[in-house]
Unconditional design. Structure first.
Length: 384
């Protein structure tokens, strides 16, 4: 048995652990290495010839990259950006292209839209030059080439202390690990004997932890500048959804629940969350998985609450609430399920238990499986 155990441990160290590490690196590196717009919702202002040519050019050059929404004027496009219907909009005229951005929604997407706007302006200038060159064949006077300028306007800017949005994502990612630690402690604390004690402790711990995170992120770093109470509540809910899930899994299946929650939240939820870019920038399928897990839903709801007055946050809120309710339910009833499982496994009588009397006239009372040794010794001593 010792030899088999040794080879099993060698196999785990030499095969299983390297495979897990490789999959973990793949989970984090693959989405980051495949960032590109996929059905990214953007707006187009106006229905003129210039707007139509711009849309046709983008569709031809980047098929499937953008999901276009038409708006009659800039006011409607700005309202759509603030309502989180689109990430930005292109206002196209014959001499200028204005790119309406929202760096608070995603700094990487805002940068991408700025680059696309400049490309549209360069293409329009090139087309104007080609038309001018064609006109020279019919006129002795060289026509004036009209250049098209591109201008970017940030409708919903990110905090000045975090112009690239790096601090925001850096503050969001540790929430997952910290929440799992809270859930593991509450689930395995021996002093919390009753389920309601575990639930109450979890609520208090997440609320205080959310307040601590907000104090650091806003009070010290200044990256969550709006809706202070609502932002604190969102941080607490994100912690609660993850920690309740971890605690519930541990109460249901024991210590393996800790590993399962870590795999689900850290190695799947974090890299698929889109917190550093946007869900529409991730590979297909990954974006949906990430938004149905607390890290992705939490990052989205935190953006919606901090910068967009909670617009488009109902779906994210529902996901977090669902995970929280499921986790708390597992905490409340998991001890019964695990207790019944343990009771089934240990239903055989233990050593020293009373057994039913054997049939026969001499079996008048129950007997014990093992008679105490000192009774036999005492009997022999009396015989002597």
């Amino acid at each position: 048995m010792s030899g088999h155990r040794t080879w099993r441990e060698v196999a785990v160290a030499a095969v299983a652990l390297p495979l897990v590490i490789a999959l973990a690196v793949l989970a984090f590196a693959w989405p980051a290495g495949r960032l590109a717009p996929r059905d990214l919702p953007v707006g187009i202002v106006g229905t003129g010839t210039a707007s139509q040519h711009a849309v046709e050019g983008l569709v031809h050059k980047k098929p499937g990259a953008f999901d276009f929404h038409l708006y009659p004027d800039q006011r409607a496009a700005r309202s759509a950006i603030r309502n989180r219907d689109v990430y930005g909009a292109f206002v196209i005229s014959s001499h200028k292209i204005t790119v309406l951005q929202a760096s608070a929604a995603s700094t990487s997407v805002a940068q991408l839209l700025g680059q696309v706007g400049q490309q549209l302006a360069d293409r329009a200038t090139q087309q104007a030059a080609e038309r001018a060159a064609t006109g020279m064949h019919f006129s002795a006077k060289a026509p004036k080439i009209r250049t098209v300028d591109a201008k970017a306007v940030d409708v919903v800017p990110v905090a000045e202390e975090d112009p690239r949005g790096v601090v925001f994502s850096s503050a969001v990612f540790p929430l997952t690990i910290c929440a799992i630690l809270i859930g593991a402690f509450v689930a395995m604390a021996r002093g919390l004997r009753r389920p309601w004690q575990r639930v109450l402790t979890l609520l208090v711990a997440c609320a205080l932890a959310g307040l601590g995170v907000y104090t650091v992120a806003q009070g010290f770093l200044g990256v969550l500048p709006h809706d202070h109470v609502a932002t604190w509540a969102v941080l607490s809910l994100v912690l609660m959804s993850i920690s309740a899930t971890a605690a519930g899994l541990i109460r249901l299946v024991g210590p393996p629940g800790l590993g399962l929650s870590a795999v689900l939240m850290v190695f799947v939820g974090n890299p698929f969350s889109g917190a550093t870019s946007a869900p529409e920038m991730l590979p297909k399928g990954v974006d949906y998985v990430g938004q149905w897990l607390p890290p992705g839903a939490g990052a989205g709801l935190l953006r919606d609450t901090t910068y967009f007055d909670g617009n488009n946050g109902a779906g994210h809120l529902a996901v977090l609430a669902l995970w929280t309710v499921c986790g708390l339910t597992a905490i409340l009833f998991g001890h019964r399920v695990s207790g019944e499982a343990r009771g089934t496994k240990t239903s055989a009588p233990a050593s020293g238990e009373l057994l039913p009397a054997l049939p026969g006239p001499s079996a008048a009372s129950p007997i014990r499986r093992h008679a105490p040794a000192h009774a036999h010794a005492h009997r022999h001593d009396g015989d002597d």
